[in-house]
Design a protein around this ligand. Structure first.
Ligand code: SF4
Ligand code: SF4
Ligand code: SF4
Length: 453
């Protein structure tokens, strides 16, 4: 599954697999062409200004200029002019470090820790709501954890508060949740009534899911999750599924995806290789090797497609021109149980070695919000450096340096590669091939041409 690539210009790449015919790929123009070595060399020369080479392959100079430029709209996305004021209309509330499960690989030590103080929550919601009202936008509130099931009365109170305050401000609240799905039917019905969309973690068949996603007493959780999903479906709540894949569970990935397709209504299933932080390190769990993950993912992707579902991996994207892998440089307005402001969904503890890289302020017990402008600038500068370091890679405009938490944690220097890069490149290459074959990826615009040899 070896992927080779060569940049012909900052915006044009030659990409091949296992020494096969190269694809000419211009991510920002949405162009992918199948070529051969001779055509590719002449194209490279033409891009370098060789008019004879351009004529010999019938490529118009205007096309070359267009391929080599970064459109203004993309430039603005890559290097946005950040507003002076911090005024997010969305907030992510981490109500608690606690959890109703004790997953073997938990990145945030779910189960141990504190709950958010009410004045801190009130301040965060009112701040985002005020911004939403001034901007004429919906108020977006996401709940992550820990899990809200561990602090259910606090969650109900928070939802009630958000609903009432939003109504008074004439703003529509849009709630989402990332959850383990372990609820009583009454709790699940409450979520279905108030939340717009959910991401539910399921690892697959019972032998896999219940091996990793256990209750505090070591008991199984899958049956409870599936019961919750029935309630979500009855209540009309749209949800997707997120799977964590270990080296041990990988051989059952296709079977597990089939199970999820047959037992849930999720249209979209995300399979992510385990990243060993938190309890995963103590549990001695292993991440799958890229050479094993990629073929297993392909097999499982075909299973999902046969059921009319979509299996995705976070790094495999074609869309062009992102500042960063996720929205963390905005910075995401995440409020931890301790009142710290975090821009990463996985860095929640002040004791976390990565807290210094993702925390950028705090909400004091009296509700005062303090944003450290220097930290925000440093976070944005780090994201830019990470993306620019990847300029040599054909995935740079969509992957943009990958998940910053994983990149920083692994000690990868800007531009360096990790095993995730191998997976990303192999699966992006698959997407290019699929585009060439006319199978349009959801939401991706890919112009497909075959070059004359
Ligand atoms: S991974 Fe999520 S559901 Fe599992 S213990 Fe940690 S916080 Fe809880
Ligand atoms: S930096 Fe990584 S872990 Fe953190 S929010 Fe972004 S994608 Fe998620
Ligand atoms: S993180 Fe890896 S796959 Fe992503 S753009 Fe950088 S080098 Fe490419």
């Amino acid at each position: 599954m070896s992927i080779q690539w060569r940049p012909l210009a900052p915006t044009v790449f030659l990409v091949s697999r296992d020494g096969g015919r190269p694809l000419l790929y211009a991510p920002l123009q949405g162009l992918v062409m199948e070529t051969n070595a001779a055509y590719a060399e002449r194209f490279a020369a033409a891009l370098g200004g060789d008019e004879g080479a351009a004529r010999s392959i019938g490529v118009e100079p205007e096309l070359l200029v267009r391929l080599a430029e970064v459109p203004d709209a993309v430039s603005r996305r890559l290097d946005p002019e950040w507003p002076d004021a911090f005024a997010p209309a969305a907030v992510t509330l981490f109500l608690t470090h606690k959890c109703t499960l004790r997953c073997a690989y938990c990145y945030c030590d779910g189960g141990a820790g504190r709950d958010i103080e009410w004045p801190v929550l009130v301040s965060a919601v009112r701040f985002a709501l005020g911004n939403a009202a001034r901007a004429g936008r919906d108020l977006k509130v996401a709940f992550h954890g820990g899990d809200v099931g561990a602090v259910w009365p606090l969650f109900e109170r928070a939802v009630g508060f958000i609903t009432e305050e939003s109504a008074a401000a004439g703003v529509r609240p849009v709630l989402s949740i990332g959850t383990n799905g372990v609820y009583t039917p009454r709790q699940a019905a409450f979520i279905a009534r108030h939340v717009r969309n959910a991401t539910v973690s399921i690892d697959g068949v019972a032998e896999v899911h219940d091996r990793y996603r256990t209750r505090p007493d070591g008991g199984a959780s899958l049956d409870d999750v599936l019961r919750t999903l029935r309630v979500f479906e009855d209540g009309g709540l749209a949800y997707s599924v997120r799977m964590t894949v270990t080296a041990e569970s990988l051989p059952r990935l296709a079977e597990s995806v089939a199970f999820i397709c047959e037992n849930t209504a999720a249209r979209s299933i995300r399979a992510e290789p385990l990243y060993t932080r938190g309890r995963a390190t103590a549990s001695d769990l292993q991440a799958p090797e890229p050479e094993a993950f990629v073929p297993a993912f392909r097999e499982a992707r075909a299973v999902a497609a046969a059921h009319g579902r979509r299996l995705t991996y976070s790094g495999a994207r074609l869309s062009g021109g992102s500042t960063a892998f996720c929205s963390y440089p905005s910075p995401t307005f995440g409020v931890t149980p301790d009142g710290d402001l975090t821009c990463c969904y996985e860095i929640l503890h002040p004791e976390d070695p990565l807290a210094g890289a993702f925390f950028y302020g705090r909400i004091a017990s009296d509700g005062a919000i303090e944003v450290d402008a220097e930290r925000v600038s440093a976070i944005r500068a780090g994201a830019r450096e990470r993306r620019l370091g990847c300029a040599h890679c054909f995935c740079v405009f969509a992957c943009a340096g990958d998940c910053a938490a994983k990149a920083i944690d692994s000690g990868r220097p800007a531009g360096g590669a990790t095993t995730r890069c191998e997976i990303t490149r192999a699966l992006v290459y698959d997407m290019l091939l699929a585009a060439l074959e006319g199978a349009r990826s959801d939401g991706e615009r890919v112009l497909v041409r075959k070059a004359e040899p």
